[in-house]
Structure formats: structure tokens, C-alpha cells
Design a protein around this ligand. Structure first.
Ligand code: S3P
Length: 433
């Protein structure tokens, strides 16, 4: 589906972003691993998170939908009760693909499963989780050692200490889930902090997660006792409207009910640093109760932007929003550089290539580097056509680029947005009157 986004009226009003995708995946998975039924509110209704519900149902979880949108009760098979034999279709969901093997690998010995997904998933590496799980004793087999279909055969696991080769919350979470089922202790060492939703939820479920600097440790557990999970709004989805507000003169946007977890709001700090006037509370680190997710309340306006440098330590805290930093850079005074972000090449598309090529085709002056990109601000973008390449965040990037451009942008493949944010175009239309 092609959709054209014309140079925009200002972005004004209040946005309640859709439920967080990362937390929805985890609520479903940890819900299924729990011994007691888990009541989830505000679960994301999008293609990715439906894949996770289908997966846990195939593994033996009962799922009841409540009266309210996003309300679910997940009655799972428990920590060691995943039903063997299922062929799991993860669809487009990289988080499901990377987290689920951690649970499956430690099931009673001999259980086996295969995981596969769509064309984009088949290009995304799974050796990053297969390697540590094999060290723990699991038997995994991936196509060419790297890609799906991935088969997992459960074996008795032993705890390991694993230094993550990249700052990835997906790999961290996978190893921690396997650690609950392994003999002894399992420690993950992070090169940089990344989103910590798994640790928070495991803490809420009584798993006794210990953090000591960059080391996170879990031990073998008999049962997981998660009770209820409320999923806050997704900062990665809100970021699109926030960028639109920063770029279109006359905009004033309020964002309510968004997750204010400091490991997720790096983009908003970058936006503020580039000059967008931003008020409210972002840094809610100190007030968060164990297991709970803090909430942010923000107001932001259009402002003249200047270039910035995003360094490796910031990258995991804004990983999915870096395409938007490239777009902001096209409008900012000076040269915006993102470095230490080679991981972008392994997302739903190679986001260094697709973002640089996509925005260049709209009139931007960008250059790909080995581990990121450099953008020379040229005062704006002409517009044109942007191909989403099946990547939801690229489709939404094109829409925001269109709104901020001089001539508008036609997005080819806008339907990809439904992977994380089916209501995106409607929300943007409502905010632009
Ligand atoms: C996610 C972690 C990030 C992010 C992805 C969701 C998660 O991936 O890009 O969209 O929910 O853990 P990595 O942890 O592999 O960087």
C-alpha cells in the first residue's frame, strides 16, 4: 500500500502512544512461564505481539481476552511445561525469535521446536543467541549456522558467565531466561546498559535478579510467580510524533502515559540536545519501584535544531529511534553523526543502508559509515518517494519526512507500520487536524 504524506500542518494536541512492544512481548512470554495466571493490561495489538501470543498458545498457554482493549489473562504451562513439538512462526518479530529459545532450551531434555518467520526474519542472525545457549549445553541448529529455520532441542543446562559481544537486550534476555532453568548461577556482562524490562519483570516475578555494575546474575528457579503486568505507552512509537512536532513550525505536543524507563528514552534526550524545547519528566530512574515501569509526561515544541554526535554508549538507549536522528539531522544546522551503531545493519532492514538511501532520495545529504552515518543539515528535505522495505520504522520515518518536507513523500509499503503501530497514520492525522 502506497500512502502520500503532504507537507504538514503543525502537530498539536495530546498523544497517548500505543502499548510498548518490548514489554508486551515480555508480558506474554513471562506470563506463559509463570505458575499463576497473569493479568495483562494494555497489551499491544499489533502484528509482532500477536505472533508472540500465537507462539505461547502453541506452547500450551491459555489466553483469555478481557472486555477492555489490550486486557488479557495468560494461563501458562509454567517454567518447565512448554508443550514440545511445535513449529513456531515468529512472523516479523526479532524479539520473539531471540528471547523464546532461552525458555525452550532449558525445558525437560529431549523436547524440540523449530522457529521460523517471514522473509525479513530469515535475514536476521540467530547465532547471537545460539552461541551462548550452546555453551550452556543446549542443542541448536540454524541454517548456515546463523539464520532461521532454527531448531532447538532441550538439554540439561549449566549456568555460565557470558560477556555480550554487543549491547543487546535481546541476547541479554535470552541468556537470563535460560539461566532460570540452568544449574547454578548465570551472569551476563553488558558492554553498555540496554533496556532492562526483562530484569524488572523477573524481579517482579520473584526471580531474585542481582545487578552489580555491568553484571546481571540469575539463579536456577523452581517457579516464576508473575501476577499482573501493565504495559505503558511505547517511547519508540511516540518518537515519530515527537520528531514531527520538533520539525514542523507551530507544533506543540503533549505525550502522556509513555514508559519513562531511562533505558528507553535516549532519543528524547538527543532531541532536547538538538534544540527542541522539551518540558516534563524523563529521568524517572530514582522513583521506579522494583519490577514496575516508571511513566514519563512530556511537552515538546518545534524549535530550530542544531547538529549533534550520538556516541556508542547512547546507541542502545535509542537504537530503534536512530533513523529519526538521521531525519532530524537533515533539518539541523551542522553535521550530525551517529557512531557505534553497526547493530542497525541487523534490524528489520539494514537500517544504515535503507535510512541513508531513503533520505538521500528525498534530497538529504547523508553518508553511511561502517558503524552509523553522517548527515549534513541542508535546511530541510525536498520530498519524493521512500520505500519501506517491509520495515515498520522506515514506513513511519517516511511519513514524518513527508510532513516536514517541501513537496511531500509517498511511502511505498506503508502497511509495514502495522508490525508495531497499526494506528500510526490515524494518530498522526488526528494530531495534524
Ligand atoms: C528489543 C531490543 C533491541 C531493539 C528491538 C527490541 C527488545 O534489539 O532494537 O526492537 O525488546 O529487547 P537488540 O537488543 O538486539 O539491540
Amino acid at each position: 500500500m502506497n500512502q502520500t504524506f503532504r507537507p504538514g500542518p503543525a502537530v498539536r494536541g495530546t498523544l497517548t502512544p500505543p502499548p510498548d512492544k518490548s514489554l508486551s512481548h515480555r508480558a506474554a512470554l513471562l506470563g506463559a512461564m509463570s505458575s499463576v495466571p497473569v493479568h495483562v493490561t494494555n497489551y499491544l495489538g499489533a502484528a509482532d505481539t500477536r505472533s508472540t501470543l500465537d507462539a505461547v498458545a502453541a506452547l500450551g498457554a491459555g489466553i483469555r481476552h478481557g472486555d477492555r482493549r489490550g486486557e488479557l489473562v495468560i494461563d501458562g504451562p509454567g517454567l518447565r511445561g512448554a508443550r514440545p513439538g511445535a513449529a513456531i512462526d515468529v512472523g516479523n518479530a526479532g524479539t520473539l525469535l531471540r528471547l523464546l529459545p532461552g525458555w525452550l532450551a532449558g525445558q525437560p531434555a529431549g523436547g524440540s521446536w523449530t522457529l521460523d518467520g517471514d522473509e525479513s526474519i530469515r535475514r536476521r542472525p540467530v547465532d547471537r543467541v545460539a552461541t551462548p545457549l550452546a555453551r550452556m549445553g543446549a542443542q541448536l541448529d540454524a541454517r548456515d549456522g546463523r539464520f532461521t529455520p532454527l531448531s532447538v532441542v532441550a538439554r540439561p543446562l549449566r549456568g555460565i558467565e557470558y560477556a555480550l559481544p554487543v549491547a543487546s537486550a535481546q541476547i541479554k534476555s535470552c541468556v537470563l531466561l535460560a539461566g532460570l532453568l540452568a544449574e547454578g548461577e548465570t551472569t551476563v556482562v553488558e558492554p553498555e546498559p540496554s533496556r532492562d524490562h526483562t530484569e524488572r519483570l523477573l524481579t517482579a516475578a520473584g526471580a531474585g535478579v542481582r545487578r552489580d555494575g555491568d553484571r546481571i546474575t540469575v539463579s536456577r528457579l523452581d517457579e516464576l510467580g508473575l501476577d499482573a503486568v501493565h504495559v505503558p505507552g511505547d517511547p519508540s512509537s511516540a518518537a515519530f510524533h515527537a520528531a514531527a512536532a520538533a520539525l514542523v513550525p507551530g507544533s506543540a505536543l503533549r505525550i502522556a502515559g509513555m514508559a519513562g524507563n531511562w533505558t528507553r528514552v535516549g532519543f528524547f534526550r538527543i532531541l532536547e540536545r538538538m534544540g527542541a524545547p522539551l518540558r516534563g519528566e524523563l529521568e524517572t530512574r530514582a522513583t521506579a519501584a522494583p519490577g514496575a515501569e516508571p511513566l514519563a509526561e512530556l511537552e515538546l515544541e518545534h524549535g530550530p535544531l542544531h547538529a549533534t554526535r550520538v556516541t556508542a554508549d547512547e546507541v542502545p538507549l535509542a537504537i530503534d529511534e536512530l533513523p529519526l536522528v538521521a531525519l532530524l539531522g537533515c533539518f539541523a544546522e551542522g553535521e550530525t553523526v551517529v557512531e557505534g551503531a553497526a547493530e542497525l545493519r541487523f534490524k528489520e532492514s539494514d537500517r544504515i543502508a535503507t535510512v541513508v538511501d531513503g533520505l538521500t532520495a528525498l534530497g538529504g545529504d547523508l553518508e553511511a559509515t561502517a558503524d552509523g552515518f553522517a548527515v549534513r543539515g541542508t535546511g530541510g528535505l525536498r520530498g519524493g518517494t521512500l520505500h519501506a522495505h517491509g520495515d515498520h520504522r522506515l514506513a513511519m520515518l517516511g511519513a514524518v519526512a513527508g510532513l516536514a518536507s517541501r513537496e511531500g513523500v509517498e511511502v511505498v509499503g506503508m502497511e509495514a507500520a502495522a508490525v508495531s503501530y497499526p494506528g500510526f497514520a490515524a494518530d498522526l492525522a488526528a494530531l495534524t487536524g
